[in-house]
Design a protein around this ligand. Structure first.
Ligand SMILES: *Cc1c(COP(=O)(O)O)cnc(C)c1O
Length: 245
């Protein structure tokens, strides 16, 4: 039987191997353990075997679990809580209060609300801009499926980035993307590669912008993402097993 500890070790080993194949330092890649749908007890068990970065995709779920787990860990900030799924505007206050990092900014309205609410709480929030590079309709994120050629798309992305950069209390730190499922590996790889290239282009197109982080790669594709420059991988099933929902 696979224990949680064994699975975690296996994922860490795969991450290390993928980093070494790419000539990268494994320590430069943060493994975010995705605990959505799993109870707070699972997070505490995961903490006990060494995990320190946890990802939830719904703000309500994060707001429920974090206060439950925090009293059991020392120091209380030993865990970094990542909100990895898109936010609805009526949920931004939950994210402002409970997320340490937000991976899925996909509308300016959300950024405006977060900047206000994070400031009111005297917190700060690093965030990733989610970009839809694959062009799949089902994916959220700012449109970037043709960013290399489409001047309008370029201008929009540049404006979005500039606008977010000027907001107080939130800090744009990178791009996040999701690859399509059930497509050939080369297509997945291309999405990650193009996301990295987009971050590079934005850094040259927007003065004073630095986008050091790339959040990309999940259970089925994190090794490809690492080869293409991911600094944050978001892995659920490979660590915790299949979710029921
Ligand atoms: C669920 C989820 C993941 C993790 O997916 P797995 O296939 O379980 O590794 C990563 N990112 C986001 C945004 C998710 O919602």
């Amino acid at each position: 039987m696979d224990t949680l500890a064994t699975r975690y070790e296996q994922v860490l080993e795969r991450k290390t191997q993928a980093a070494q194949r790419a000539g990268r330092n494994p320590a430069d890649i943060t493994l975010v353990a995705v605990t959505k749908t799993w109870p707070a007890e699972t997070i505490m068990a995961a903490y006990d075997v060494g995990m320190r970065h946890f990802g939830e995709n719904r703000a309500e779920e994060l707001a429920e679990k974090r206060p439950f787990v925090t009293p059991h860990i020392a120091p209380p900030d030993a865990i970094t809580w990542h909100l990895i799924g898109p936010l609805q505007s009526r949920k931004t206050s939950l994210a402002a209060a409970h997320a340490d990092v937000f991976h899925a900014l996909d509308r300016l309205k959300i950024a405006t609300r977060l900047a206000q609410q994070v400031g009111d709480l005297q917190r700060r929030l690093p965030l990733f801009l989610e970009v839809n590079v694959s062009g799949e309709m089902s994916k959220s994120g700012f449109a970037a499926h043709n960013w290399e050629k489409d001047a309008t798309q370029q201008e929009k992305l540049r404006t979005i980035v500039r606008t977010v950069m000027e907001m107080p209390h939130i800090q744009l730190v990178g791009l996040m993307t999701m690859a399509p499922w059930d497509v050939p590996e080369e297509e997945i790889r291309a999405v990650f590669r193009r996301t990295r290239a987009l971050a590079g282009w934005l850094e040259t197109a927007v003065p004073h912008l630095s986008l050091p982080y790339l959040s990309m790669g999940m259970t089925d594709d994190f090794e490809i993402a690492i080869a293409e420059g991911a600094t944050h991988i978001r892995v659920g099933r490979a660590i915790f097993g299949d979710r029921e929902t």
